[in-house]
Design a protein around this ligand. Structure first.
Ligand SMILES: [Ca+2]
Length: 512
């Protein structure tokens, strides 16, 4: 009953918001007289100054006449501070830049629907026009919108696409072609192990390096070759059906193959015990000892002088019949990055302020990256691109970005479509396009649930995660038999996987 209500409300909102949007300049300033509001936000530990020293905040104050009294919360204490803030009655006017657990705190956050109009928020309306799924996704279980999003759907090079990178100098050294099947990769890895491709006379090669401390850049990326994948929810969708991937036969086959690699010393022995720094150290040795690496991009790990030897490993096939399936993040957005609280006396002004930040790409980038021509510029084609010429030798572009601007913790929603993909990191963009044909056709979209459902799903997931972490590591290191797999399937039903999948199926049905 409740689900049906959410669905019909979401549909009604879609109809309202799909009216074609025309770019209207927001009315500025927001106030005739300087007015102060209190906004709580995340303080990035790499930022070397305060919000009101940043150009974006200085520009915004000038344009809007809103002076912000910033409450800057260090990112490592954010969750604790959010809980304390909502538990106390001392609320700021707005909270931006970090998650606010909206479903739990719905009663203390303002309803924004009345202000989402062409007149008050023309840029928000334009964004809704370009992303018609957004109003439905933002709608909470009371049928109302309580937050505005962060989104970089256009800059997909930012999202967590895990890919494999292979040392082509080593391929030449062992006289092998670029592999296109799992069998060919196996042979290449054996040659890397045995034929001294770095030519130092020692058997010091790590054929395949991965990092199991992250849930993304792991050897499980190679489940793709068997037609499945794993992710934080352990789910995929096909033909409108939510599927728990660790129960799929393809997952079993993938684990068996990974064990074969591990057993034959083709995968780094320490993947389940090493910490992240030990992993990074393997890519920073003076002499290269790495053949294939799994990460966002090769240069995340490989920092020695041999980085240029690494190229994208194409998507592989495990057999003629099986179509590979790549896990990728199409929707890179966070729905609760801008929330106005019930303590705010002028909700409309805060919505106008969000609309101002999002009024055009240059303004958005002033918050997100840097002022124009500092860490980014428009190229001849009119696209934005990053550059590092202005970064002083004693700092990094990461630190500088979070000092001259805010960085990623800012509620901007970029309008750019797929063409925007190529501008930030051309080599990664090319790699994404190469794997993209193997991406799934359907997704669970971003959205909110009823509080009890969200809680139940989260509780089930904690148990599922605990079990799977052990199970997968054990399967890769020690191997997995048919009987082990059967026991695994039984365990999954005992820990509530059917309920978990059922909850997500309802969510998918209500939000698709
Ligand atoms: Ca060697």
């Amino acid at each position: 009953m409740r689900k049906i209500r959410i669905l019909s409300l979401a549909l009604a909102l879609l109809l309202v918001f799909s009216v074609s949007a025309s770019a209207v300049e927001p009315q500025l300033p927001i106030y005739d007289e300087p007015t102060t509001v209190k906004i709580m936000t995340i303080k990035d530990s790499r930022s070397m100054n305060t919000y009101n020293e940043k150009q974006c905040c200085i520009d915004a104050e000038q344009a809007t006449n809103i002076h912000v009294d910033w409450v800057e919360v260090p990112s490592d204490t954010w969750t604790e501070k959010i809980n304390l803030t909502f538990a106390s009655a001392d609320l700021p006017d707005a909270i931006i830049g970090g998650r606010v657990n909206l479903v739990q705190n719905i009663d203390m956050t303002a309803v924004l629907n009345d202000y989402l109009t062409e007149e008050i928020a023309p840029n928000v309306m334009e964004i809704f026009g370009l992303h018609p799924e957004l109003p439905g996704s933002l709608t909470l279980y009371d049928g109302k919108i309580h937050s505005l999003p962060y989104g970089n759907v256009g800059f997909r090079t930012n999202s967590e696409e895990s890919q494999l990178w292979i040392n082509t100098a080593w391929l030449d050294a062992v006289n092998k072609e670029m592999p296109s099947t799992t069998d060919e990769l196996y042979d290449v890895l054996v040659a890397f192990r045995d034929e001294d491709p770095n030519g130092n006379g020692q058997q010091d090669e790590i054929p395949l390096l991965a990092n199991e401390t992250s849930t993304t850049y792991t050897v499980l990326t190679m489940l793709s070759y068997f037609g499945t994948f794993d992710n934080a929810k352990h789910l995929r969708v096909a033909d409108d059906t939510v599927i728990f991937t660790p129960a799929e036969d393809s997952y079993f086959q993938g684990l068996q193959w990974l064990h074969k690699l591990y057993e034959d010393n083709l995968i780094w022995k320490d993947i389940y015990t090493a910490d992240y720094n030990e992993y990074l150290a393997k890519g920073a040795t003076e002499e290269c000892t790495v053949g294939v690496v799994v990460d966002w991009y090769s240069d995340c790990v490989i920092t020695g002088g041999y980085l240029d030897d690494f190229a994208l490993l194409p998507m592989l096939r495990s057999s003629e019949e099986v179509e590979p399936l790549w896990e990728r993040t199409y929707q890179s957005s966070t729905l609760d990055m801008f929330v106005v609280t019930t303590a705010c006396k002028d909700v409309e002004a805060m919505v106008r302020w969000y609309d101002y930040i999002n009024k055009d790409l240059t303004t958005q980038l002033t918050w997100f990256q840097s002022p124009e021509d500092v860490l980014w510029r428009y190229n001849e084609a009119g696209e934005w691109e990053t550059f590092t010429d202005n970064v002083p030798a004693d700092t990094t572009s990461t630190i500088m970005r979070r000092t001259v601007a805010i960085g990623p913790s800012v509620p901007v929603f970029f309008r750019e479509d797929k063409q925007g993909l190529t501008v930030r990191y051309a080599a990664k963009a090319e790699a994404i396009l190469a794997y993209e044909p193997y991406g799934p056709k359907q997704f669970i979209t971003n959205g909110f649930s009823v509080a009890e459902e969200e809680e139940e799903r989260n509780m089930l997931l904690v148990e599922i995660d605990n079990y799977l972490n052990q199970f997968r590591a054990n399967a890769v290191v020690n191997g997995i038999s048919e009987a082990d797999w059967q026991k695994h399937l039984d365990t999954l039903s005992n820990i509530g996987v059917d309920d978990y999948v059922g909850l997500w199926q309802s969510f998918f049905d209500a939000h698709k």
